[in-house]
Design a protein around this ligand. Structure first.
Ligand SMILES: *Cc1c(COP(=O)(O)O)cnc(C)c1O
Ligand SMILES: [Zn+2]
Length: 438
């Protein structure tokens, strides 16, 4: 395993203009490029453009020219995200490095749910609760860990709405990093335990996620945070690329076919924008047929800044103070909000929100119809799908994929008040008969 250490990049956050030669540590990635002004920088632990402060993202020289060969190479790869290593900012031998090896989760054809929702086309649930720490966050963290190794960081950190903290804790344990992660102090018990059990440090902060995130930005600039890789801050360009694997998997699992419509939850909006990037790459590489697809974003009403901006026809997102049971999505000031608006509008999709009550109903609907127990974020996407169909914005005759990004065991409190035993009886047949279940 040859992981190159880029010593100079770890101490100097200053960006320098890009040289174009690829480095083996980052596979097909050649540079960081500014999403606003297009300025390019060398691959390093930086996340904002020095010219315009715009967010940086990974630029590639992708292996075009032999789609059949690339498809065969992917299909021969491991049953996890590393099968897509030729399209990710990771070394070619990445599958040999210590990782939780997330991904290749089930794409479930949800015929029972389709019937309930009046869907006559294909309806699929991409069920990312099957990842190692039971949320989609294992994907993004796996890529960030590779970058952290390359840059010589020794501590992994993050600001988290819950799932990310657990994913970082677990990945750090597996890959031999120290970890110290930050969460709002009032998260669900299941998420707090999952963030702490892997043995790293967990710090609760008295404030919202947006306060936690601001704190982490300060820590990066302070000697106390030196040598720390914050997966969703200074490693954010690498982290984001992990979400592309959802696009790749969905298309491969559909038989190398684009879905017509995808419903994606929005917290910061990173996942939604990178799924769009992944779909565009598959078209560019000739791995799927080039035809239109629509991207729909889903939020909870109690934290719906992107949905509100979409409906008002605004290009900018006005921050909100979150108040919803969908805590994993409770980011009031989403970094990628404007890009999400652009993608939803450009593809002919929409951004919609549902109430907490509708979230709970949708969790139960998915459980009852398909045997999938989603966390609140999955209730948001299923609830929004139902609403979009009712409002005529999502075409029930087409192929639709709905994301479930987390496991219901993480948010038991959301359903516990309205879910429980049908009866509690004495251990006698008489008592059972009296309960009225037969
Ligand atoms: C983090 C998260 C998301 C999406 O987050 P983005 O910041 O929008 O990428 C979706 N679902 C769950 C369960 C999450 O934890
Ligand atoms: Zn710029």
């Amino acid at each position: 395993m040859a992981v190159q250490s880029v010593e100079s990049s770890t101490t100097s956050p200053a960006a320098s203009p890009a040289s174009t030669s690829p480095t083996p540590s980052f596979g097909p990635a050649v540079a960081l490029s500014c999403r606003e002004c297009g300025e390019r920088f060398d691959l390093g632990p930086i996340f904002a453009c020095t010219a315009c402060f715009g967010p940086l993202e990974i630029a590639y020289e992708l292996p075009t020219g032999d789609p059949e060969g690339l498809r065969r190479r992917i299909e021969a790869g491991p049953n996890n995200i590393w099968r897509y290593a030729p399209l990710l900012p990771v070394p070619a031998d990445v599958a040999d490095t210590p990782s939780l090896n997330p991904g290749f989760t089930k794409l479930v054809k949800a015929d029972n749910l389709a019937r309930e929702l009046g869907v006559t086309g294909e309806l699929h649930i991409k069920d990312d609760s099957g990842n190692p720490t039971h949320s989609f966050k294992d994907r993004v963290v796996a890529i960030a860990v590779q970058a952290a190794r390359t840059f010589g960081f020794t501590t992994l950190s993050c600001s988290s709405t819950g799932n990310l903290a657990g994913a970082v804790g677990a990945a750090a344990a597996r890959a031999g990093f120290r970890s110290c992660v930050f969460i709002p102090h009032d998260l669900e018990a299941g998420k707090v335990v999952m963030a702490a059990v892997y043995g790293g440090d967990l710090v609760g902060i008295e404030g919202t996620y947006d306060d936690v995130n601001r704190f982490c930005s300060e820590l990066i600039g302070d000697p106390a945070g030196e040598g720390w890789g914050f997966v969703n801050v200074n490693l954010r360009p690498y982290y984001g690329e992990g979400s592309k694997t959802l696009a790749y998997e969905i298309c491969e699992q559909l038989g190398w076919r684009l879905p017509d419509q995808i419903v994606i939850p929005i917290a910061s909006g990173s996942q939604l924008t990178k799924i769009d990037k992944g779909l565009k790459e598959l078209i560019q590489l000739g791995l799927v047929e080039d035809r239109p697809y629509k991207i729909f974003g889903a939020q909870a009403e109690g934290c719906s800044p992107v949905s509100a901006a979409f409906k008002a026809g605004h290009d900018v997102v006005r921050p909100q103070k979150p108040n919803t049971i969908a805590k994993s999505l409770a980011i009031g000031n989403p970094a990628d909000g404007p890009y999400v608006l652009d993608i939803a509008r450009r593809t002919g999709g929409a951004v919609e929100d549902v109430t907490d009550e509708q979230v709970v109903d949708a969790i139960k609907l998915l459980a009852r119809t398909e045997g999938i127990f989603a966390e609140t974020a999955g209730g948001v996407t299923v609830g929004v799908t139902k609403k979009l169909i009712e409002d005529g914005l999502l075409d029930p005759a087409l192929t639709t994929v709905v994301l479930n990004t987390g496991d219901g065991l993480k948010t038991l409190d959301a359903v516990a008040p309205t879910t429980g035993p049908s009866a509690t009886i004495r251990p006698t047949l008489d008592s059972f008969r009296e309960a009225g279940l037969v």
